[in-house]
Structure formats: C-alpha cells, structure tokens
Write a protein that binds this ligand. Structure first.
Ligand SMILES: Nc1ncnc2c1ncn2[C@@H]1O[C@H](COP(=O)(O)OP(=O)(O)O)[C@@H](O)[C@H]1O
Ligand SMILES: [Mg+2]
Length: 416
C-alpha cells in the first residue's frame, strides 16, 4: 500500500479547511440499516500526549489513498455493500498497489507507512462513498479527522484502520470490518427469542457477564483515548457505529469463549469506533480548535444525550453538545448490549422513542419497564458502571477519563 500525507504549515486547526456542518440540516441517522487481544493502554503517558498534541496541528489535507480500487460485484454485477448510513454507502472493493512513481512517494516522516505490498498483491477494503448531494464536505471533514486519529498513538486499538481519502472517487478507504455491534446484538437476540427463559441467567447481561464487562472496559477505554489523547468527540456513538473485529484465538485456547457470545469468558471481538462523520475537535487550545460554528451533523435517538436533542430545537440557546454527550451515548450503547434490545425500547415507535430520549437521564427506569430490563438489576455492576454516565446535567456527568478508572473498578478482573 502506498500512502502520502500532505501537511499544511499555516498553524490552523484541521477543521478550518472543511466546510462546517452548520449550514446543513442535521439528518436523523436511520437505524436498522446501517487480531489479537486488545491491551487497554494507559491514557496519561506524557510522551503519548506530547506526540498527540504535535500531530493535532497543521493537518489541513487528508492522508491520501493512491492505490487502484476496484469494486467487488455480486453475480448480477451489482456492487457488494457492507452497509449504508445517513450520508454514505460503504461498499466492498479490492485495492491493488499502483506502480505510478508520482503517486507512490511518501514525503512525510511523521507517518510510519507500512512497507509496500508486493506488486499485484490485492486486498479487500471498505470504501465509504457519498449517497447524497450534500455529503461531500462531510466526508472530507471525516477524512481529516481520521487522518488526525491515525497519527495519534494508540489508534490501532481504538478505531477502524483508515487508509486514506481516494480523491478520484471522493471516498474514504478503510480496512473491511463487516460486523457492527448492532448486527451482532440483533442476530444473537433472534437466536434466543424462541428459547425458554433460563432462570439462572435472566438477570445477567444479554452478552453474558464477562463478555459484557470486557466489551464495556474496552469501549470506555477507546472513548477515553478519543477524548483525552486525540482531542476529538465522536458525535454519534451507538451500536451501529461500533465495528467488531474477531479476536484470533490461539490454537488449543478455543475454550476462551463458548462460541455464541453468551459464555462466561472474554468477548470474542475487539470493538473499534467507526463513522466519524459527526466528529468534532475538542482541543482545549482554542487556536487549535476550528469548529466554533460547527453543530452536530447527525444524531440518533435513543442514543443521543438529552442535551443534544434540546440543542437542536430552534432558538433553544443551549450550548452545543460536547464530549459529555458521547459519554451518555456510550452508556446507552452498553445498556443495549446488556438488554439485547438494540433500540433500547422494543416496540416503541419513532415518536415515543424520541420523547423518551428527551428525558434520557431516566434511561435506567425506562428500560426497566420493558421485559429485558431485568438484565440490569438495581445496583448490579451494569447499573454501577452506567449510572454516573447518564446524569442529566452534562457538566456533572462522569468524564471519559474518570470512567476508565470506574470501569477498572467495576469490571476489572475478579469484580462482580
Ligand atoms: N470499515 C468498514 N467495514 C465494513 N463495513 C463498514 C465499515 N465502515 C462502515 N461500514 C458499514 O456501513 C455502514 C455505514 O457507515 P457509516 O460510517 O456509519 O456511514 P454514515 O456516516 O453515512 O452513517 C455502517 O453502519 C457499517 O454497517
Ligand atoms: Mg453511521
């Protein structure tokens, strides 16, 4: 793979070059379409922070993808799609290294470009491309954010690998990770739907206690990394924005999991954050932060925090949502993984779900009024982990970095 990175030297933050989402109508994200064991890395290493701060500056053009791309087609000649979201379609393609020397130079020493693949070696990738007229600027902004994240130490453990912006097709090229957490939850829920209720496990998280704790610890660690090390907020955290990369189990260690995700041990997948189309710079230094006018470009009830919905009301005067909204959304996502109800409130129509999302701080009470609420017992480990992440006032909500500590306490080895 050949990549080149072009950095600007005007001292501006990366979002200065993008057209902000402020002139766009925020669409509601449609829901329903849409390795090795991870080491939870320490988030406060000074050297990491220093290099992350260096990388934050001067990124005004995205990492470029210059290999050849060829869409994979089905037997009827149609593109094979991995999924679609509010802005884009993501399709399957093969990439082949280009031999054109003009496009294969990598003149940036900051980026550790992997060694070139052998000539003609092709590989499968995921290509995210626009599906509506106004998506161009959103995808370009996402490419800049992903470039910055890719230059931030530790990204391998937290985000879907990004290979660059393909200028010819105006699309983002990523490693293919074809399983979303939403699909995983839905498929597992379909499998158990007609089985008799097992009284021994009816108060356990749907994923099983240990897999749920494992998933929770890793996702909270990723959010801590995103906010604290990378200085970015995601803006649309939900089960559809989390992709699952299978963890290769060493031979002879298959007993680590029981194959259906309900076992008593580790979760079989490494969760990776994806879909940065609503992401924003949250750098503390205002000179680095170029999204003063930016508003969230999409939101998804019931995963959006109550203040996000309020800020969207015309003339609300409420401050724009910040990183605390991501904390709420991840808590709601973890609750979906505990109940097995991917949209949290089964059987509710869109209007009712929106109404409940507006009162989202009552989320624990709401989900207890549905059948699978028993999986979140009062004062059990699920509630203890999410309680402080769903409080009404975003200023009083636990921060991602504090939450990493709480997750170790509540979900660390040997805790119940
Ligand atoms: N790297 C990937 N590999 C496989 N599928 C992906 C990948 N990225 C996204 N998808 C699929 O495409 C869907 C839409 O992508 P997303 O980034 O959420 O787009 P949007 O910004 O339009 O919401 C996702 O829900 C997921 O199912
Ligand atoms: Mg999406």
């Amino acid at each position: 793979m050949q990549l080149s990175l072009h950095t600007g030297h005007d001292g501006k933050g990366i979002l200065h070059t993008s057209t902000s989402g402020s002139s766009l109508t925020p669409p509601v994200t449609p829901i329903g379409k849409e390795s090795s064991e991870r080491i939870v890395t320490p988030l406060s290493e000074t050297s990491d922070e220093h290099s992350a701060a260096l990388f934050r500056r001067n990124i005004t053009t995205p990492l470029r993808f210059t290999d050849e791309l060829e869409p994979c087609l089905d037997e009827r000649g149609r593109r094979i799609e991995f999924g679609e979201g509010v802005w884009s379609k993501v399709y399957k393609a093969r990439s082949t290294p280009t031999t054109n020397p003009a496009t294969t130079t990598n003149n940036n020493t900051l980026l550790n470009t992997p060694p070139s693949s052998p000539i003609n070696a092709s590989r499968v990738v995921a290509v995210k491309t626009s599906r509506r007229g106004d998506a161009g600027p959103v995808l370009k902004t996402e490419a800049l954010i992903l470039t910055r994240l890719t230059l931030t130490p530790g990204h391998e453990n937290h985000i879907v690998p990004f290979h660059g912006f393909h200028a010819e097709t105006q699309s983002l090229v990523m490693t293919a990770v074809p399983l979303a957490l939403s699909t995983y939850i839905e498929e597992a829920a379909n499998r158990v739907r007609n089985q008799p209720i097992a009284t021994a496990t009816m108060f356990d998280p749907f994923l099983g206690p240990e897999p749920w704790k494992d998933l929770a610890r890793k996702l909270i660690s990723s959010l801590g990394w995103l906010h604290h090390t990378a200085g970015i907020m995601h803006g649309d955290v939900k089960p559809h924005s989390i992709l699952l990369r299978p963890i290769e189990v060493a031979e002879g260690r298959q007993d680590m999991t029981n194959g259906n995700g309900n076992g008593s041990n580790a979760f079989r997948y490494e969760p990776l954050l994806a879909d940065f189309s609503a992401a924003m710079d949250i750098s503390p230094d205002p000179a680095e932060n170029g999204n003063e006018e930016k508003t969230l470009s999409s939101f998804t009830a019931p995963f959006s925090a109550p203040e996000v919905l309020k800020s969207l009301r015309p003339g609300s005067g409420n401050p724009p949502p910040g990183p605390a909204s991501d904390v709420f959304s991840l808590a709601a996502t973890l609750l979906a993984a505990a109940t097995g109800d991917v949209l949290l409130y089964p059987g509710c129509d869109f209007r009712r779900r929106n109404l409940m999302a507006g009162e989202g701080h009552q989320i624990l009470d709401f989900i207890r009024s549905f059948g699978n609420g028993a999986r979140v017992p009062r004062n059990g480990f699920v509630e203890r982990l999410v309680r402080q992440a769903v409080v009404k006032d975003p200023a009083k909500r636990i921060t991602a970095i504090e939450w990493v500590g709480l997750a170790e306490e509540v979900c660390g080895d040997g805790e119940a």
